[in-house]
Structures are given as C-alpha cells and as structure tokens.
Design a protein around this ligand. Structure first.
Ligand code: NAD
Length: 439
C-alpha cells in the first residue's frame, strides 16, 4: 500500500503531466483515474443537465493541490478548486511552516444538524413548550422513521429544543430537532425531518405550522483547529521570526477589535476552506452562511481564528461550524469530486471537515504573515501577473515572459502587459509560431 505523503518538493516546477504522476505516487490514485476525472472538467453537458436546470454547458475552474498538510498525524494531498492566484501556493507554504511545529491538531463535534420547525399563532407559549418537551420521545421516534436509511447507518434524531421568539403580541415558537447526519451534509435529510414532525408539533402546541427547514448555523457541528509554529520558520529576509510573530499577533488583535478587518481576515480563511469544499462537491453557500453567522454569534462580527505568542512559538486557533458530506448530494457524484476524496484519502465527513478547516487556518496564516511582513501585494501580484498577461492576449510561452516583464517593471496592469507584448512580438514577427512551438 502507498505510504501517503503530502511533501512533494519541486512540485510547482514540473509539468501538469509530471504533477499527476507525483500525486499518483503519493496517494495511490492511478494517473488514468486522475486524467479521466479531470480532463474536460470531469463533467459533460449531458451529465450537467441532470444536476441543474436550463443547462447550456459547463464552466471550468483550475484544480490544484495543496501540499505539506499534516492533520492529527496524517498526511493529506488536498485538492483545491479556485480561480484566485496565490491561494494554493500560499496554503502549501503555510502548511509547511505548521508542519515544522508538528502539523494541525483538529477536534471535531458529532455531525449534528438542526432542523427548524416554526410554529405561529401560538396562544400560550409556555404551555406549548411544556407539551412539546413532554412528547420528546414521540417526536424523536417520528423523526427517525422519516430518515430510516440514516438511522440504519448509525445516525438519527438526538435531541429536541424549544425556543420562544418575538414579543408577546407576536410570539412564535421554534422547535429544533437535532439530527446526527453521519457522513452526509444533511440538508435534505434535515428538511425531511422538519416536514415529518411539523403537524404533530403544531397540534401539541395548538398553533399553526410555519417554515420547516434546516438551519445553516450548524453550531453543534463545529471544527476546532490548533497549530503551533516555531518562530524560525516564520522569519523573512528582512524580519526575524519573533518580530513576525509580533506582527501576526498584532494582525489578530486588529481583527478582534474591528469588524471591517475581521471580514477580510475571515475571507482569508474561507479562501482555503471554500476551495476544498468546491473540490469535494460540497455546498459552499451553506458553509459560507454558517461561517459568517458563527462569526457574528456574540452580536458583533468577529474573526474565526485567533493568533497568539507562546514563547518562541506562534499559536493559532480556528473554530467554525462545517457541514460537509462525503456521501449524498448531487455534486458528490461529480467525477472530479469523487477524485478529490480519493486524492485526499478521506471517506468520513469528519475527516474531510478536519482537513478543510486545517487548510483554512493555513490560508489565514499565509495572509497574516504576508501582511505583517512584505505586504500582501508582492507575492500576490507576482502570481496575478500571469492572469494579467493572459488578459492582455499573451499565448503559450509568452505568458511567463510578459508576466516577468511587468513584475520587474512593478507595473502589473493589462496596459503594461499589452505594451510588453507589442515589444516582444515586434522582436519575433511570427509570434503565432512562437506560441504554437512552445505549447
Ligand atoms: P442527500 O439528500 O443525498 O441525503 C444523503 C443520503 O445518503 C441519505 O439517503 C442517506 O441515507 C445516505 N447515506 C449513505 N451513506 C451514508 C452515511 N455514511 N452517512 C449519512 N448518510 C448516508 O444529501 P443531504 O446531505 O441530505 O443534502 C445535501 C444537499 O442538500 C446538497 O446538495 C445541498 O446543496 C442541498 N441543500 C442545501 C440546503 C441548505 O443548505 N440550506 C437546502 C436544501 C438543499
């Protein structure tokens, strides 16, 4: 059996075909399977037509892998689907720093989702609450019957909560049925439960049924990540590691005190998480909604991660709700999504959530370290230069050449790239041949 490693030195320097071979050797996934699941975006229009409505085609995005990720003592090569330059490189680089301190330690809650049933026209909220709580066992059994397949796999209803909302003249009751969704994200399962128990709840409460749907604020399904990074690996040419730690703690304090900064801080975390969520065919809107609602849980929008100094170490912690599935849903039958789980080496939803959250903390570390040292633009714009060169019309080998010219000139704009392209092409009149020969 392949011993999984996520350390593949020089990976970025080789061709796409060579990278597939290296990933195959590191993960045991055949190169043919990689090609079959990724070429053409892994999805044809006919299959896509079964997923959503009014399909006229599909839309490709880059599929990269983040390296060096070690979570609870296990290595993972982590697929990321993202259009933004530098996200994959930054996460790999930061994961390498975290690795020097032993990798990510992740704790994860049971996969409990919340099914919400709204009851309106409540005459006596206190009496309704008592009646519902007294019928708890009956309601949970009803919920289990509605999702018997899930119960057979070890999941099912786990608890009941009743909340009163609103003011006396406009009071409503919301019942939460808590359901263990095992390896599923759970939205459809939870909605099934809500619809199955709603009428009985309304009759117990002498009220009318309102909405019946899951909550995306799945705060009983949280992931907590911790890392401890030695100062020396954080150092840059201009700053020693201890000064970098001070800068990162300062960045963290800024986010803790200011919601404007916290939003951008959290965007840096979601750069990593969303890319993994999309690569594995999960619902990134649900993940985003849950993350930001959790960030605002104390009445003010706050950062999801905190950075502190511990002697000569930087300690980072991240906590957020994460409802991910390795089964169910439509997109998880997408060949590229199936491939991502195989490359990552995860089958259980809890392991997927642990890895995704770890990559989120890595992305955050990369961003705050860059901000605390060189500034974000240096690394980011150098990688962005390739997209700018493409936008200016560069082809094949021209792309790297034009990118290098505009980075050197510190003018990473489409106009500068067009001027550079004119000069390069004037030097070589047959630029069409140049790009064809180098492709
Ligand atoms: P699903 O409807 O496919 O249900 C999961 C199925 O997998 C169940 O039939 C279950 O019995 C089965 N299963 C097999 N092995 C399992 C295991 N080990 N653990 C758990 N279940 C197992 O999918 P879902 O997860 O209920 O719903 C996810 C979908 O719902 C996503 O596509 C999401 O986009 C969508 N959705 C989201 C929202 C929202 O977030 N607000 C609302 C509606 C729908």
């Amino acid at each position: 059996m392949t011993k999984r490693t996520s350390q593949l030195p020089g990976f970025y320097k080789v061709t796409v075909a060579e990278r597939r071979t290296l990933v195959s050797e590191a993960t045991g996934v055949e190169t043919l399977a990689i090609a079959r699941s990724l070429d053409g975006g892994g999805l044809d229009a006919e299959t896509a037509d079964k997923f959503v409505e009014n399909v006229i085609g599909t839309y490709g995005l880059p599929y990269g892998v983040t390296l060096n990720v070690r979570v609870n003592g296990h290595d993972h090569v982590v697929p990321m689907v993202v259009e933004e330059p530098s996200v994959v490189a930054a996460a790999s680089n930061a994961a390498k720093m975290v690795r020097a301190g032993g990798g990510f330690a992740v704790e994860i809650d049971e996969p409990i989702m919340i099914s919400q049933v709204q009851l309106t026209h409540v005459k006596d909220a206190a009496a309704a609450t008592r009646a519902i709580l007294a019928a708890k066992d009956e309601i949970l059994a009803m919920a289990d019957r509605a999702v018997s397949g899930l119960v057979a796999r070890g999941g099912g209803a786990r608890g009941l909560e009743v909340r009163t909302l609103g003011v006396r003249e406009d009071e409503m009751i919301v019942v939460h049925v808590l359901v263990d969704c095992r390896d599923a994200m759970g939205a459809n399962l939870i909605n099934t439960v809500a619809e199955a128990v709603a009428d009985r709840l309304a009759s117990l409460a002498n009220a009318k049924v309102g909405l019946r749907i899951l909550s995306n604020l799945c705060d009983k399904r949280c992931v907590r990540v911790r890392c401890r990074v030695p100062a020396d690996v954080l150092a840059t040419d201009a700053m020693d590691g201890r000064a970098v730690i001070d800068g990162i703690v300062n960045a963290s304090r800024f986010a803790e005190l200011d919601s404007y900064r916290a939003a951008t801080h959290n965007k840096g975390i979601m750069n990593g998480i969303d890319a993994v969520v999309i690569a594995t065919g999960n619902d990134w809107r649900a993940v985003e909604a849950g993350a930001h609602a959790y960030a605002a849980r104390n009445g003010r929008y706050e950062p999801l991660s905190i950075w502190r100094r511990d002697g000569d170490f930087l300690v980072g912690t991240l906590e957020l709700p994460l409802a991910l599935g390795t089964v169910g849903g439509t997109l998880r039958v997408h060949p590229s999504a199936r491939l991502s789980l195989a490359v990552m080496g995860v089958t259980e939803a809890s392991d997927l959530a642990a890895v995704a959250a770890a990559v989120g903390l890595a992305s955050n570390l990369a961003a705050v370290r860059a901000l605390a040292t060189d500034g974000i633009q240096r690394g980011h714009m150098a990688l962005h230069a390739r997209s700018v060169a493409l936008a200016a019309g560069a082809n094949g080998a021209e792309v790297e050449r034009i990118a290098a010219i505009i980075v050197e000139a510190r003018d990473i704009t489409v106009e500068a790239a067009r001027r550079a392209l004119d000069v390069v092409r004037a030097d070589r009149p047959s630029s069409g041949q140049l790009s064809a020969a180098s492709d």
